[in-house]
Design a protein around this ligand. Sequence first.
Ligand code: OXD
Ligand code: MN
Length: 622
Amino acid sequence: MTATTTPTPPSPTTPSAASRTAPRGRAALEAWVQEIAALTEPDQVLWCDGSEREKEDLLAQMVADGSLIPLDAERRPGSYLARSTPADVARLEGRTFICSAREEDAGPTNNWRDPVQARRELEEDFAGSMRGRTMYVMPFSMGALDSDLARIGVQITDSPYVVVSSAIMTRMGSAALERIGEDTPWVPAVHSVGMPLVDAAGAPIPDVPWPSNEHKTIAHFPETREIWSYGSGYGGNALLAKKCFALRIASVLGREEGWLAEHMLLIRATPPSGRPLHIAAAFPSACGKTNFAMMTPSLPGWTVETLGDDITWMRPDADGRLRAINPEAGFFGVAPGTGWSTNPAAMETIERDTIFTNVALTADGDVWWEGATPEPPEGLVDWQGREWDPAAGTPAAHPNGRFTVSAAQCPRIAPDWEDPDGVPLDAIIVGGRRATNVPLVAEARDWAEGVFFGATVASEQTAAAEGPVGELRIDPFAMLPFSGYDMAHAWEHWLEIGEQLGESAPRIFRVNWFRKGEDGSYLWPGFGENSRVIEWISRRLAGEAETVDTPIGLLPRPEDLDVEGLDLEEGVLAELFAVDPAAWSAEAVQLREHFARFGDRVPEALRARLDALSDVGTAPPS
Ligand code: OXD
Ligand code: MN
C-alpha cells in the first residue's frame, strides 16, 4: 500500500456530454484520484497493492477498532465476522439509479435520474464525506488479468471492509494497475460509507463498527461508465466491481461491443463417459445459484466443476461459439440454507480465510446460521450481537447473511477456471423460484423461444434485496435489478447474438426446482438431484432423448428423465410437468402487461411467442 500526500483541491470536474467512453490511461487516473480526494477530504490517500501484507494490516486494524470479530483460530482460521446495522443488510433497489443522458435509455424497470441533477446531489453528499478517514484506491481486473474478455476498473472507498472484501472478490492491486496502459479504458467507481470522522467545523465524530449513512444512493452513469455509491457498506451496494460494474455497466459495454454480461453461474458438468458440457444458468438472487454451481451430482459417475456462481460474461469467438468467463475471483454467497447436506463444497470452501457478515456467533468463537446444522448450538449470539433466544421466533442469522471467500478455496473449482479464453457454452438455463405452473425443465425450440424464456422469468422475491419476501415478480434473465439499460433492448441484443452464433448457439432451457404440491411441500428434492436434469439436457444435446411438444416448450417424456432411486411418490412426476391451461392463460395476461411496459421496443419474435401461449390447451405429458 502506498501513501500519497493530501492533494491540492481543484474543483471536481463534471463531465458534461454523453461521451460514451470510460476514462483512459494512468494520467487520467491520477487526476481523477486527486479530484475525488479534493472533494471528499480524506486524511490520507492509499493506493492498494493487493498484497497479503496489506490485507493482514487492514484486518488487524479492523479487529483493533471493533469492526471485525476474529473467529476461533482453530475452528475457523483466518476468518472474521462483521455485523452491519439493521438498515444496511441488502441491496437497495429503490435507491439504485441509472443516470443515462436520456431517460428512455434506462428503460421502464430502472430508476432513472437526470445525470446533471444526480451529479449535483452526489457532489453534495461526497463533499467532505471522508474527513478523518483514509481514502483507498483499488485498481482491479474483472476477469483473469491476461484475458481478452477482462476489463479494468478502479474503486475508491473509505471502507477497509470493502478493501479486504474486494481483494477476495476481484484481482485487485498492483497487477491490475500495471494493466492500465496509456490508452487503456478503466471504469471509475467511487464509494463512501458517508460517515466522516470530523464534522465541517473540525470537531471529531466517534467511529462505529459499521459506519453508514441513513441516506443511500447507488448511481451509475452508463455513458461515462462511472459508478458512485454513497451511504451503504453492504456488499451489493459497496463492492462496486460486482453488481455495479460487472453487471450494470458491463451490460452496457457488452451491448455496444457485441457481448453479454449476465447474472449467471457457470459450470462444467461431465458425464461418466463423454464430453464435458459447459452450462451458464440465470437464477434470481438467493435462488440457489451457488448451490447449483457447487453441486454434488447424485447420479453416479457425474462430476460438476465450478467456474463461477453469480456473473458470466459471454462473447462469440472466432469459431462462432459463445465463450464464457466468470469475471469474479470470489464468492459472496448467502449463508442461511448453506449446510453440509445442501452444499458441502461451499461448507468446505468457507472453513478458513472467510469474511462472514450478519451471521450468528457461537459460544466457542465460530459462526452459525439457519441450515448450517439441523439444530442450533447453545449460546448463540445473533447477527445483531444480542443473546439469541430460539423461542423468540427471530432467526439467529440475518436471512441475507453472507460469506465472502476466494473462489480458489472451493474444492469444486475447475483447475482451469482462470483460463483467459474461457469455455465454450453448450447450454444456457434460466429459471426462478416458482411454486406453481413452471415445469421442472423445458427446452426452447429455438434461440428466440429461449430468449422468450429469459425475458419472462418470474420468481418469488427473496431477502437479497429489500422488499416483500415471497411476492412474485417478473425478473427477465434474473437481471431486473442489474441491467444498465432498457431490458427490451437487451432482448434484442440477445436475439442478435443468437443470429451471429447460428447453428453453434448454445441451446436454452427453463427450469424450476421449486414447484410445490397441493400440500405446500416441494415436489422435487433439488440440490444434487438436479444433476438428473443436466443428464437429460446432455442427452438432448447429443440428440438422444425425445420430447413432448407443448405450447410452453419441449418437455421430457416422463420415461426419459432418470429418476431411478429417487423414490418419487406416485403422480409426482406428472405434477412436476403438468401444464395447467388456465394458469398459463393467467400467466400470459401478466406477461402481456410486462411486455406492455416496454412499448413497441419488445422484439417481434418475442411478441409472437407470447401470442402462441394462448394455444396453451395442449395436453400435458402423462
Ligand atoms: C448477489 C445478489 O449478492 O444477487 O449476488 O444479490
Ligand atoms: Mn447475484
